[in-house]
Design a protein around this ligand. Structure first.
Ligand code: NDP
Length: 327
């Protein structure tokens, strides 16, 4: 039986701003049946952590924030199969990630291949699975098509553009600043549009008046209408995030007016409900990293205790690429 131990965590007692995020010690019991205990080495910061902190995505409080981390298995609960002490694993979609140590269900753990560093796995796992969902599972990207990607220099954007390129797509990226436009081009965007511009008009100019067959929109409230206007008939409006706030209601008639448009509002968790789905997504991601199609790009690093600073930067659009916390 594993001994109990002490973990450093970032906890909120109630919803609110980054000031609610408290750095505290927490006693950790032995891992329960089919759980492992991890000593965590790198923690991914994701926009969903902000939604959970503010209460936009309601979840019980008090709570330890964070959905994704990499760690080493340091204790096994009863009934764990397929994992051993010392294994290097990554998980996502398990709240409680902002911690130096934690107990978590073994069935959510994915082994990290030797060619992926801890920090890189924490940078790409949740975001890369999201891209896998977007470009393979919802609707497979077609070679030769032009796609529109919002927040193209962000964490998900840094994976979406190059992976779509590898499948033969031409990517138009929307970003807020010229510096982010340069970075989006480095990630593989053939063209960029500033969010301050008339996005649908620029999209039409860049597509000989046709519009695009699919828009990947993570900005939400402020971008939804521009996304709909950028689509060609029968195009896909994939609205998968709310960085600017949740999207206002869209009437079915609006989709008809745009030319039989298709709208989906996916969440990764419904695409990785089974172990088979999770392993399939992870295998695709590791394959894309092995081939070099996808690379981790950690551009911000913070100590775990400074997680509030990471949230402030992400919310203020001051980050690009991925952000990592180190316990
Ligand atoms: P990013 O690194 O992409 O950061 C968010 C970016 O959104 C900003 O850098 C900014 O880019 C842009 N943005 C536009 N408007 C605003 C605003 N008002 N406030 C803040 N940012 C704004 O974050 P992530 O990579 O962690 O996540 C990207 C998106 O993907 C999020 O919306 C997230 O919710 C979504 N997501 C959805 C998942 C799902 O299952 N549906 C899973 C994972 C992520 P710029 O300055 O260039 O405009």
């Amino acid at each position: 039986m594993a001994a109990s131990s002490i973990a450093d965590v970032i906890r909120i007692d109630s919803y609110g701003g980054p000031e609610e995020m408290k750095f505290e010690k927490m006693e950790l019991g032995a891992p329960a049946v089919r759980q492992v205990r991890l000593r965590q080495t790198a923690i991914g910061v994701n926009f969903i952590d902000i939604y959970k902190r503010t209460g936009l995505y309601a979840s019980p409080t008090p709570a330890v924030l964070g959905e994704e981390a990499v760690g080493v298995v340091e204790a096994l609960g009863e009934g764990v199969t397929g994992l051993k002490l010392g294994d290097r694993v990554v998980y996502n979609g398990l709240q409680g990630g902002y911690a130096s140590r934690r107990n978590a269900p073994a069935e959510k753990m994915i082994l990290i291949p030797d060619y992926v560093k801890d920090e890189d796995a924490a940078a790409v796992f949740l975001k890369g699975l999201t891209v896998w969902m977007l470009i393979f599972e919802i609707r497979r990207i077609q070679p030769g098509e032009t796609i529109l990607v919002w927040a193209a220099a962000g964490g998900v954007g840094s994976i979406l553009a190059p992976w779509a390129n590898a499948l033969g797509a031409r990517v138009i990226g929307v970003v807020s600043t010229p510096e982010k436009a340069e970075l989006a081009k480095a990630y593989g965007c053939a063209e960029t549009i500033l969010s301050s511009e008339d996005v649908p008009t620029r999209v039409k100019e860049l597509t000989d008046g046709r519009g695009v067959p699919v828009v990947y929109d993570s900005v939400g409230k402020s971008s939804a209408e521009a996304s709909l206007k950028s689509l060609q008939p029968r195009g896909w409006f994939v609205t998968y995030g709310n960085a600017s706030g949740p999207v206002d209601p869209i009437a079915p008639m609006r989709l008809s007016q745009g030319g039989s448009l298709i709208m989906t509002r996916p969440t990764l968790f419904s695409y990785t409900r089974t172990r088979e789905e999770l392993e399939r997504g992870a295998a695709a991601l590791w394959g894309a990293m092995r081939s070099g199609a996808v690379k981790a790009d950690v551009r911000q690093r913070y100590a775990l205790k400074d997680a509030g600073e990471a949230h402030r930067a992400l919310e203020a659009r001051k980050t690009s690429g991925a952000t990592i916390l180190t316990p």
